[in-house]
Design a protein around this ligand. Structure first.
Ligand code: SF4
Length: 280
C-alpha cells in the first residue's frame, strides 16, 4: 500500500489549474495550425491567425487564453493500492482549485446554488470523476469547461432501431444547433451506450483524448472520420463566420448498454479545449 498525502494533490491541482488555462496542450496547438493551413475562406484564415496570436500572448504574458476559465472538471484514476492520508481527498482537490484560480488570476465562474446563484468566489466546487484502477499510481486529468459550448451539449435517448445513422444524425444536428454559440472550431466529444449519466460522462472524457488520436475500434474510427467530414461540410466555419473548418475532431467513446436503449451524449467544446494530465 502506497501512502500519498493529500497536500500533494492540492499542490498538483493548483498548478494544473494555472497551466491548463495559460497554454493549450500540444495536440490542440498542432490541430489549430493544421486547420489554419486547410481553411480556405479569407475570413476563416483571419480568425485562425487571431487565435494563434491570442495563444502566443497568453503564453508569453502568463494570462488565460479565454476570459471564461471554466468550471474545473477532473478525472482521477486512482490505483487501488493507494491510501490517501492527511485529510479528505475531495476537500484537497477543491483547495487546489481555490488556490489555482486565486493565485493564477483566473475568473471565478461558479455559483454555489443553481437557482440562488451566489458566486462562491473561488471557483469551487470542482466536478470530480473518480475511477479505481489497478496499481499504486494516481493519474489526474484537469479539463476546465467553458459554458458557451457546454450549454450547446445534448443527450439523446435513441431507440436501438435508430442505429448508426441515427447516432450520426444526432451528432451533426447538435453541431448545427450550436452554430457560432459554441465558439468554433469545436472539438466534439461523444459517448454512445451505457445509461443516461454514463454516456454524458463518456462524452466529457472523450474531449480529453488527444486531437488526432482515433478510437481503437474500427467502426467507431470510421464514424469519427465520417461525422467530422459532415460537420465540416456545414460551412459554419471558424467563429461561425463561414468556412471549411467547423470542428477539429470528433472523439467517440462507447460502452455496453441495455437491450432496449441507445443513449448518445454530445459534449461540445470550443477551440479552447483545455486538458492536461499529471501523474502522482
Ligand atoms: S466557449 Fe470557450 S472560447 Fe467561448 S467563451 Fe467559453 S471558454 Fe471561451
Amino acid at each position: 500500500m502506497r501512502e500519498i498525502n493529500v497536500a500533494e494533490v492540492t499542490k498538483t491541482v493548483r498548478q494544473m489549474c494555472i497551466d491548463v488555462n495559460y497554454e493549450l496542450s500540444e495536440d490542440m496547438q498542432a490541430a489549430l495550425k493544421k486547420a489554419q493551413n486547410e481553411e480556405e475562406s479569407e475570413l476563416g484564415k483571419t480568425i485562425f491567425s487571431k487565435l494563434q496570436e491570442n495563444l502566443v500572448i497568453a503564453k508569453e504574458d502568463q494570462i488565460p487564453i479565454c476570459q471564461d476559465t471554466g468550471m474545473a472538471v477532473f478525472f482521477f484514476k486512482i490505483g487501488q493500492d493507494v491510501h490517501f492520508v492527511g485529510g479528505n481527498l475531495t476537500d484537497a482537490i477543491n483547495e487546489g482549485v481555490r488556490q489555482g484560480y486565486t493565485d493564477g488570476y483566473l475568473r471565478k465562474s461558479v455559483v454555489g446554488d443553481p437557482l440562488i446563484r451566489k458566486n462562491t468566489g473561488d471557483n469551487t466546487p470542482a466536478v470530480v470523476h473518480y475511477d479505481i484502477v489497478p496499481g499504486d499510481g494516481v493519474t489526474i486529468t484537469c479539463a476546465p469547461k467553458g459554458f458557451g459550448s457546454e450549454n450547446m451539449s445534448r443527450v439523446f435517448m435513441l431507440k436501438p432501431a435508430d442505429g448508426e445513422e441515427g447516432v450520426k444524425n444526432a451528432i451533426v444536428q447538435s453541431v448545427l444547433d450550436a452554430g457560432p454559440n459554441a465558439c468554433p472550431p469545436m472539438v466534439v466529444g461523444v459517448g454512445i451506450g451505457g445509461t443516461f449519466e454514463k454516456c454524458a460522462e463518456m462524452a466529457k472524457e472523450a474531449l480529453t483524448r488527444p486531437v488526432g488520436q482515433h478510437s481503437e475500434i474500427d467502426y467507431v474510427k470510421d464514424m469519427e472520420e465520417e461525422v467530422l467530414n459532415r460537420i465540416n461540410a456545414t460551412g459554419i466555419g471558424p467563429a461561425g463566420l463561414g468556412g471549411k473548418i467547423t470542428a477539429l475532431a470528433v472523439n467517440i467513446n462507447t460502452y455496453a448498454t441495455h437491450i432496449a436503449g441507445l443513449p448518445v451524449a454530445v459534449n461540445i467544446c470550443c477551440h479552447v479545449n483545455r486538458h492536461i494530465t499529471r501523474e502522482i
